[in-house]
Write a new protein. Structure first.
Length: 252
């Protein structure tokens, strides 16, 4: 009898707590579906001002914090908030990567630009870090800013490291309008990056460069030996003459 009473006392609180938990779960707000998914402009990309003469592999940009997800960020003073009712159609990093590939693809020249996901090997690697991708509510400007580093694939030599930025005016407070201005800023920054990539991505022959370095090193060593030999030859006659003078000088 005592055991039954104890079981009742233990079992009833469990039922009540279970009902309470199930009630909490049922009242959680449903995730809101955005009114619009914003993507990049599908046409009108400008190519680089110089021809692209080499093959470039474009890596997925590093993106952290407010710039890593599908939410579209707006800034005011030191605060960052997400714009309601709109989201990116893809991650901002992939959108930026695709924009740069597109701008380099429509450029003149025999070079190619491919995303790193393809698995192809190029002459250069383009790596990026997203620094800012926000709509500034104070200045009513959309800003896209990132650092780009160009390295040669053959020897991992860093050719250029620069910060690229593009700014677009925001016309209105509508969420979609602000998000579309930020998409245009991504496009503009990608076109600026394409100019720098075409400028710095110069064709090179790694084997020929190494051979030239070896030849220059050998020539330098040979020159040093010749100069050292010439110095020894200059010193030798002087010492012989001094010895001869000492021998011929009569003792006093």
């Amino acid at each position: 009898m005592l055991k039954r009473e104890l079981r009742k006392r233990l079992f009833l609180p469990l039922i009540v707590s279970g009902m309470a938990l199930s009630g909490c779960v049922s009242v959680l707000p449903e995730p809101q579906t955005p009114e619009a998914l914003v993507r990049l402009p599908t046409s009108g990309f400008q190519g680089a001002s110089l021809p692209l003469k080499t093959n470039v592999v474009v890596h997925i940009p590093d993106a952290m914090g407010a710039f890593a997800g599908a939410e579209i960020a707006a800034s005011e003073n030191q605060r960052i908030r997400y714009i309601k009712d709109v989201k990116w159609a893809d991650s901002p990093a992939r959108l930026l990567q695709a924009a740069i590939v597109e701008s380099l693809t429509v450029s003149d020249g025999d070079g190619l630009a491919v995303p790193v996901q393809v698995g192809a090997r190029g002459d250069y690697d383009l790596k990026l870090s997203l620094l800012d991708l926000t709509v500034d509510n104070s200045s009513e400007q959309a800003v896209c800013k990132f650092r780009m580093v160009i390295t040669r694939t053959g020897d991992k030599k860093i050719i250029a490291s620069e910060v690229v930025q593009a700014i677009e005016a925001v016309d209105g407070r509508n969420s979609v309008v602000r998000a579309e201005a930020l998409a245009r800023a991504i496009k503009g920054a990608a076109e600026n990056a394409a100019d720098l990539v075409a400028k710095h991505s110069i064709p090179y022959d790694l084997v020929a460069e190494r051979d030239a370095k070896r030849a220059a090193k050998r020539a330098k060593l040979l020159k040093q030996r010749e100069e050292s030999q010439a110095e020894r030859e200059q010193e030798a006659p002087e010492s012989s003459t001094d010895e001869l003078v000492e021998e011929l000088t009569p003792e006093i």
